[in-house]
Design a protein around this ligand. Structure first.
Ligand code: NDP
Length: 332
């Protein structure tokens, strides 16, 4: 079958394309420019002749995906703005693009009879309530929703909250769309935690590195940041694989799947990497004495495992990520 991947030149989108190709699917990717598409293939020769590209300059423009969906059996809608620094207009920069991009892909799919399912890359930010952090002992599941309201999302000065809301309202709108319009296809979401892993997508310099890998880069780029951040993580190769699993699992019809490996603790990452790379101590932050909070909330990945998900070990993830980041930094 032919799978459309929106945002194929992004951090996650590039890995989704690789996973699909490895699983034998034909892939079409939407890109903002052909130059970037060529760069993606240059960086990942295994995609050559396996992925075709179509230019979609802006996912927000009316009818943006009408050509892109032609003849596609499945859609992976990955593209959505993911940043929260220097945000000046929550609605224009985050809420609208996330919502309109999702509506555009669903509306376009209504006109392509071959489409069987639209898989949307949502996030655990639509699930977790970050105001409750560290939310001692709580375990989030697919039943939970971030309680942020649209009104708060419009005015909050907290960019991260605005990003969370953009994902939440895009996901809810997609669910409502399918419920109300009853199209010939169904949808589901994959909801990853913080995604880290080897970056294989085009970038201009290390300053333009994707938002989530910056957490790791800041620990190993010689800036000697003070590591004490605690979050929940998943390997980018695992969330890519989750998209492949989500394409045709009947159980996931209009469903929701958390994709999360476990805790990420920057202090531990530094310890792991200093042990693994004794020659790189000059650039790897020194661990602090901030302790890991064992009472911190967790995220339940058992549903994903019941559907066949397997996860890289955190050590593998951090080691592979660090090696790739150092390698990519040599490009610039
Ligand atoms: P990236 O910024 O690397 O990728 C975003 C992709 O969306 C890029 O391909 C980008 O195009 C494209 N895009 C964004 N806005 C537009 C637009 N207006 N028009 C056309 N294309 C657009 O981030 P990630 O790969 O990390 O994120 C991908 C998805 O995964 C997003 O939906 C994000 O919310 C979600 N997610 C990410 C997590 C993470 O930790 N990384 C965690 C949970 C969910 P271009 O390549 O040209 O810039």
């Amino acid at each position: 079958g032919l799978v459309l991947v929106t945002g194929v030149t992004g951090f996650i989108g590039a890995h989704v394309a690789v996973s699909l190709v490895q699983s034998g699917y034909a892939v079409r990717g939407t890109v903002r420019s052909m130059e970037k598409a060529e760069d993606l293939v240059r960086l990942n020769p295994e995609l050559k002749d396996k992925v075709e590209f179509v230019v979609v300059k802006d996912i927000v423009a009316p009818n943006a995906f009408d050509n892109a969906v032609k003849n596609c059996d499945y859609i992976c809608h990955v593209a959505s703005p993911f940043f929260y620094e220097n945000l000046t207009d929550n609605k224009a920069q985050l809420l609208d693009p996330a919502y309109k991009g999702t509506m555009n892909i669903l509306e376009a799919s209504c006109n392509e009879p071959k489409v069987k399912r639209v898989v949307i890359t949502s996030s655990t930010v639509t699930i977790c309530d970050f105001n409750k952090e560290p939310y001692t002992g709580y375990r989030y599941t697919e039943k939970d929703w971030n309680p942020i309201t649209y009104e708060d999302a419009l005015t909050t000065k907290n960019g991260f909250s605005a990003y969370c809301a953009s994902k939440k309202f895009a996901e809810i709108s997609a669910r409502n769309f399918v419920k109300e319009k009853q199209p010939h296809f169904d949808m589901c979401t994959v909801n990853p935690a913080l995604v880290v892993g080897p970056p294989i997508h085009p970038m201009n310099n290390m300053e333009s590195l994707n938002t989530s890998d910056r957490v790791i880069w800041s620990l190993i780029n010689g800036s000697h940041s003070q590591p004490s951040e605690q979050a929940i993580q998943v390997d980018v190769r695992d969330i890519a694989r989750a998209h492949v699993i989500a394409l045709d699992k009947p159980e996931l019809s209009n469903g929701r799947m958390i994709v999360s490996e476990g805790p990420l603790f920057t202090n531990d990452i530094c310890k792991i990497l200093r042990q693994k790379f004794p020659d790189m101590h000059e650039v790897i932050s020194e661990p602090t004495d901030v302790p890991f909070n064992h009472e911190h909330y967790t995220v339940d990945n058992s549903y994903s495992k019941s559907l066949g998900m397997q996860y890289h070990s955190p050590e593998e993830t951090y080691v592979d990520t660090a090696m790739k980041l150092w390698e990519r930094a040599k490009e610039f």
